[in-house]
Design a protein around this ligand. Structure first.
Ligand code: NAD
Ligand code: IPM
Ligand code: MN
Length: 357
């Protein structure tokens, strides 16, 4: 028994379907382990804007602060693309990351053996992929000064500012080095230090922080080259640490290695309650059809159990069941190929449950 409590934020689009499937799996895995948790559903994103007039209600923030962990589906969609910038659905997620002090976003990228043939890249290139992207999540151009479009000196202009401070860089690079110490001991810091001042500080501080970790090998790569190396030689990466914006872009690119973005989980960690979400968005093109892949969300729930609920038994059980379900040939549409068994979002969740433990 435990008194752990989680908040579930379904959000928008496929968020509702995938969190429902993941919650069923989480409940079943907890049952199998004799572990109990309570949960509440809270709103954020476009759904909250429609209901409460704001994308991130105070009540949602308060509930997340008090919880042991938060599982989020996705927010955003074309319905809310034309609202005022401060009311955008995406502001919910940016606000939560800031309110909870979640400065580190861990995005593990692995290739399930059953899906090695699924990637658009050659199986021999992707089968050895095991990358951990450590994305800075509380700073950079996402949170620097911004000016929305306005006429200045007769020309329409808009701007965003990339700012990083030494402490912000230190804590994320430390996190990456600690993670690498439990892996293959290599950290690749990715920046654009040949052009950007913030990247030059990033590189200097990364070198200094790495000296605290003599067992870690730190190397550097420019982000443009990194984008190429991720598809040219993806097996060469261990831990990749980078800024908020570069991490966002490179993780969607790296998702291709695994076969579908619908497979990839993430954990956002820092000072407050941990937040767990798949790396993809609300997928408006397939929302409401019951065909979204819930495995990235189920794997995010597994990370929640491991890092925030202190239950790695349930976490491993969920991860192994996901691997088995793929080995047994079950596929949602995004990873479907002929001769496999095509299943809905909900059915995929049920097949995972059938393989727990
Ligand atoms: P997206 O990740 O929602 O979709 C990109 C493509 O991947 C689409 O073709 C979609 O169908 C597919 N896809 C994504 N998740 C899938 C899944 N689980 N199963 C099967 N296919 C899946 O990116 P987008 O279309 O650029 O963004 C849509 C909305 O989501 C935007 O409003 C964006 O701001 C928002 N968004 C939110 C988050 C988040 O909440 N964490 C992340 C990214 C984008
Ligand atoms: C992600 C998303 C978010 C980001 C958006 C929705 C604000 O793309 O979590 O990857 O850019 O961080
Ligand atoms: Mn993204």
């Amino acid at each position: 028994m435990s008194n752990k409590h989680i908040v579930i934020i379904p959000g928008d689009g496929i968020g509702v379907e995938i969190t429902a499937a993941a919650l069923n799996v989480a409940k079943a895995a907890a049952d199998k382990c004799g572990f109990s948790f309570s949960y509440e559903i809270r709103q954020a994103g476009g759904a909250a804007l429609d209901k409460f007039g704001v994308p991130l209600p105070e009540a949602t923030i308060a509930a997340c602060r008090q919880a042991d962990g938060v599982l989020l589906g996705a927010v955003g969609g074309p319905e809310w693309d034309h609202v005022a910038p401060e009311l955008r659905a995406e502001k919910a997620i940016l606000g939560l990351r800031k309110e909870l002090g979640l400065y580190a976003n861990l995005r593990p990228i692995k290739v399930f053996p059953a899906l090695a043939g699924q990637s658009p890249l050659k199986p021999e290139l992707v089968s050895s992929v095991d990358i951990l992207i450590v994305r800075e999540l509380n700073g950079g151009i996402y949170y620097g000064d911004k000016k929305e479009a306005a006429i200045i000196d007769g020309v329409e202009k808009a701007s965003d500012t990339e700012v990083y401070s030494r402490p912000e860089i230190e804590r994320i690079v430390r996190m990456a080095c600690r993670a690498a110490a439990g892996r293959r001991g290599r950290v690749m810091s990715v920046d654009k230090a040949n052009v950007l001042a913030a990247s030059r500080l990033w590189r200097k501080v990364a070198v200094e922080v790495a000296q605290e970790f003599p067992q870690i090998e730190l190397t550097h790569m420019y982000v443009d080259n990194c984008a190429m190396q991720l598809v040219l030689n993806p097996g060469s990466f261990d831990v990749l640490v980078t800024s908020n914006l570069f991490g966002d872009i490179l993780s969607d690119e790296a998702a291709v290695l695994s076969g579908s973005i619908g497979l990839l989980p993430s954990a956002s960690l820092g000072d407050g309650t941990g937040l767990y979400e798949p790396i993809h968005g609300s997928a408006p093109d397939i929302a409401g059809k019951g065909i979204a892949n819930p495995l990235g969300t189920i794997l995010s729930a597994a990370m929640l159990f491991r890092y925030s609920l202190g239950n790695s038994q349930a976490a491993s059980m969920m991860e192994q069941a996901v691997e088995q379900v793929l080995a047994d040939g079950y596929r949602t549409q995004d990873i479907y190929q002929q001769a496999f068994t095509k299943v809905s979002t909900e059915a995929m969740g049920q097949q995972v449950i059938a393989r727990l433990g």
